[in-house]
Design a protein around this ligand. Sequence first.
Ligand code: BTN
Length: 283
Amino acid sequence: MDSNNPSSSTLLPEDIKESLKTLWLGQQEIYCYDMVESTNTEALSLARDDAVEGTIILAEAQSKGRGRQGRSWISPPSTGLYLSVILRPQTLPELRPRLSLVAAVAAASAIDQIGVRPGLKWPNDIMIGHRKVGGILTEACFDKKDPGFVIVGVGINVNTDPTDFSASTRDLATSLSLHTGKVISRLALLKELLYQLENWYELFRKDSFGGILKAWHEYETFLGSSVEVRFGDSTLLGIAEDLDSDGALLVRDRDGHVHRVVAGDIVRCRIRKSQARCAHDEP
Ligand code: BTN
């Protein structure tokens, strides 16, 4: 099949493997489903059954696609990319949260490679202007003896129609085709994503998080702006100053105190580089 044919429909393992540039990611098992509840849930179960590192689980549609912070991920059939990758990093468990930024940089780089320059909003929202085009859900499992695994789930709205978004997300979401006015090849984007993910993950394995943070900074669009950050039941208002060397967000409040946020969501911000408003920003 022509990998650049945007109209190619169902994603199949043999088409994905054809001229795939990775060394190991996706070179062994690729599971392609028409419909699953969540590719992350499938991946968790396969990983527990000892699936090898680099196994890919992909679905044309998800009935219960999961997002961060307990949200759902709308996954209409054959328009988006919904995939999960099984990774088995041998690094210290406390370094694994860095993998969300690794995946964000990989997804942004892949979208960039197909000709759309995205932005990143901490921790790993993939944005076009003030609208979200993709997101990442990483889930880890390990104990003291077992090095365990990490599931990296990636969702990208590729050819998604605005009518597929829920009423509450319609003003906050976009797709690559909506932005470009063209149908985008899911297959070509998927292959580039796997290639980028393998490359950035290899850097992570070499403990080169500095290089990953540098790339993340090249895509971010909100540092230096005032933000509202939600974590648990708490809300923090301040200026998003930077990320620290672990990828946590540093926010300076109006009293000058710097707060370190490890997990949360930016629910309001100004997109600095494009001067566009951010998702969830109100008029
Ligand atoms: C977010 O931004 O909230 C994260 C969204 C992650 C969605 C992807 S789609 C493939 C994988 N399977 C899931 O159930 N979720 C992730």
